[in-house]
Ligand binder design. Structure first.
Ligand SMILES: Nc1nc2c(ncn2[C@@H]2O[C@H](COP(=O)(O)OP(=O)(O)OP(=O)(O)O)[C@@H](O)[C@H]2O)c(=O)[nH]1
Ligand SMILES: [Mg+2]
Length: 207
């Protein structure tokens, strides 16, 4: 599916997790290949750029980098509502952030169910700060277990060392893109085939 650049599909990705887990660091690493050691809590950040899905396909990614703490409820609900893909982030050296991400997941599910979007988004679980392995408080297997419970992938990243950051954004982008464009295409193809088979059966019957 090739499109003119001005007609690229836009996919909205929201990054969620408690304060200080590295949501902004991941976003800035992906957007500009930058990393800052100082911690500046986010109010809200919005970014966008063109992203390549394959050698032939591109899209626009819009990233909402949310505030980990004290976010207005209304803003939270708005972010949940517009999200087509959500990256849930915790830090592997912070057990509280792991527990918090479970609560945030429940929040999202309730909000998405209320607005009838339970099926219309994809998720990814990210354990950030993998470079802090010596202070690890959450085992990799605990991340994997949670992700499999949620039915999604788990990736361990380091925004600091630039490990698996773009892989994470690429993965959620592909999932969103496929759900929005490929799945309907596949469904339509299946339907066409079913109708063809029906016609064929009917013809056989008449003959
Ligand atoms: N060692 C290490 N530090 C990181 C990593 N990612 C982020 N940090 C540091 O962790 C601190 C918090 O990072 P942020 O990206 O601001 O965290 P946040 O989740 O956006 O925080 P809020 O905006 O308050 O929600 C900063 O000092 C970062 O430099 C990482 O992968 N490894
Ligand atoms: Mg931030």
């Amino acid at each position: 599916m090739s499109r003119a650049p001005n007609a690229l599909p836009i996919h909205k990705i929201v990054v969620i997790g408690s304060g200080g887990v590295g949501k902004s660091a991941l976003t800035l690493r992906y957007m500009y290949d930058e990393f800052h050691d100082e911690y500046v809590p986010t109010k809200i950040g919005q970014f966008s750029k063109e992203a390549q899905l394959s050698s032939e396909e591109a899209c626009m990614i819009e990233i909402i980098d949310t505030a980990g703490e004290e976010e207005l409820k209304i803003r939270k609900q708005q972010n949940y509502a517009i999200s087509e893909g959500i990256i849930f982030v915790y830090a592997i050296n912070d057990i509280d952030s792991y527990h918090r991400v479970k609560e945030l997941y429940e929040d999202v599910m309730v909000a998405k169910t209320e607005i009838g979007q339970r099926e219309n988004f994809d998720i990814l679980l990210v354990g950030n700060k993998s470079d802090m392995g010596t202070n690890r408080q959450v085992l990799r297997v605990e991340g994997e277990h949670l992700a499999s419970k949620w039915g999604c992938e788990y990736i361990e990243t380091s925004a600091k060392l630039d490990e698996f950051v773009s892989n994470s954004f690429q993965l959620i982008l592909s999932k969103v893109h496929d759900r929005k464009f490929k799945v309907p295409e596949q469904k339509a193809k299946k339907k066409k085939k079913k109708n063809r088979n029906k016609k064929f059966k009917l013809n056989c019957f008449i003959v």
